[in-house]
Design a protein around this ligand. Structure first.
Ligand code: SF4
Length: 457
């Protein structure tokens, strides 16, 4: 079989991005080529998301667009990921234009497809042993080198009523510490400064391994990697955040002073219907602990969370408790999602539905409250020195640079705009904050220019 020219579309979350990067690695390893447009390609691959209604719609639209690009040609269309894992037979029946379906643990199956083989419906069952990439898996980073996602576990064992992920990704499978450390060594050797550890539930990491281990032990091993600057943690389970973990986030310089801990709600009754296994007290205690934690320089940590509004059972009183909690300002970065009814979830069967319009209003109201809170935290930073990882030329002007401080994850938490364009992408620099808005910060690398800019305000 000749070398193939492969065009990729990757949808969904950072975990899916890692899977796409593994498929890109498979393409290169097989001697094939990745191309930038569907026109140039002879193989079209879309890695789908099937998490919520909006994501499903986007996935279907993308498949249809690629099917159109394929029409009247000899191109092959391959659909992989969560959507195919969720609806394998339905999609296979309804989309004859798709040549191959791969599931969420079938990344390596792409090699066979590119070699001219592979079944049409190549979606594997997700068992405890379902595929999980390791340090030897071919993987090619998309985007910049200085920051990379590292998936330390796949799947989830929690019973959250609203979530379809365990069905799409299977039971939890953790990589061993050695494999993660080896991968991080290789990434750092190739120029990575920041790694974002991702898993559905980081705080359960290692509990499924033959020799049980945990996130704290993994962090202790990773901080030894020379040249690594920041380890960022995405998706901790609120009731499983330990004091040891908070201590490492606050005191260990290589662990970013940042935690992404989706709380989902604060009202105990709603949390019970959601089957989260904790109540309001646990949320408040955790929020307070994270608020009280300080670095050795006396700096506060940065907290990102997600709230789900309009879940069945969310009465006006329950929502009022959530609003009160958000108003207290524990959170720095907030994502609010209106509940969407997902087939196959426990929540889909629950009574006490909230009208869509009301859920949307609640989401908008919380985001507005949060905007003012973040604006205040940002304003207090003006005049302070801050360490910034430079992401590259600014999206606003070539004369500016975009970067992020320790409390800002890639893509989601805003940016620091550097007004002096002398640093390079991937540099870690000290800057002084001169201006702030709810979303972004403006900073200068030149202390004199910074003092002048602040004085002029
Ligand atoms: S912990 Fe997260 S991924 Fe796992 S079931 Fe709950 S919401 Fe879904």
């Amino acid at each position: 079989m000749d070398a193939r020219k492969v065009y990729f579309v990757s949808l969904g979350c950072p975990k899916n991005q890692v899977d796409t990067e593994v498929m890109l690695g498979v393409v290169r390893q097989g001697g094939h080529e990745v191309v930038d447009s569907a026109d140039e390609a002879d193989t079209l691959v879309v890695n789908t998301c099937g998490f919520i209604e909006a994501a499903k719609e986007e996935s279907i639209e993308t498949i249809l667009e690629l099917a159109q690009a394929k029409e009247g040609t000899k191109k092959k269309l391959v659909v992989a990921g969560c959507l195919t894992q969720r609806y394998p037979t339905e999609l296979a029946a309804e989309m004859p234009e798709v040549d191959h379906f791969l599931g969420s643990a079938d990344m390596l199956g792409l090699a066979k497809v590119l070699g001219g083989g592979g079944k049409r419906l190549g979606v594997s069952e997700l068992s405890k042993r379902a595929y999980l990439y390791d340090h030897e898996t071919p993987r090619e980073l998309t985007g910049v080198r200085h920051t990379a996602y590292v998936k330390i576990a796949e799947g989830c064992d929690r019973p959250c009523g609203f979530c379809i992920i365990p069905k799409l990704r299977g039971a939890q499978r953790s990589r061993d510490v050695f494999s993660v450390v080896q991968e991080v060594h290789a990434l750092v050797g190739a120029g990575t400064k920041e790694i974002c550890l991702v898993a559905q539930d980081l705080t359960r990491y290692g509990s499924d391994l033959e020799t049980p281990t945990n996130l704290e032990m993994l962090l202790d091993a990773l901080v030894e990697v020379e040249g690594l600057e920041w380890i960022r943690l995405h998706y901790a389970y609120p009731s499983a955040v330990t004091d040891g973990l908070i201590e490492r986030i606050a005191m260990q310089p290589k662990v970013a002073t940042y935690l992404d801990v989706p709380m989902q709600h604060v009202d105990s009754d709603v949390l019970k219907v959601m089957r989260r296994g904790y109540g309001e007290r646990a949320v408040l205690e955790l929020a307070q602990k994270l608020r009280d934690a300080k670095t050795s320089e006396g700096q506060r940590l940065w907290l990102r969370t997600t709230m789900l509004v309009g879940h069945p059972g969310e009465t006006p009183e329950a929502y009022a408790r959530l609003k009160d909690f958000v108003s207290q300002g524990f959170i720095d970065h907030l994502g609010v999602f209106p509940w969407s009814r997902e087939d196959g979830t426990v929540s889909a069967m629950k009574p006490g539905r909230v009208e869509e319009a009301i859920a949307a209003e609640r989401a908008a109201e919380l985001m507005q409250i949060q905007e003012a809170i973040r604006a205040e935290r940002h304003a207090a930073l003006v005049g302070q020195p801050i360490r910034v990882l430079v992401d590259g030329p600014s999206s606003e002007s070539d004369l500016l640079l975009d970067g992020r401080h320790e409390g800002q994850a890639p893509e989601i938490d805003g940016k620091v705009v550097l007004t002096d364009g002398t640093a390079q992408r991937g540099d870690m620099v000290m800057a002084t904050i001169t201006q702030a808005s709810a979303h972004d910060l403006i900073a200068s690398l030149d202390p004199e220019a910074a003092a002048e800019a602040i004085a002029q305000q």
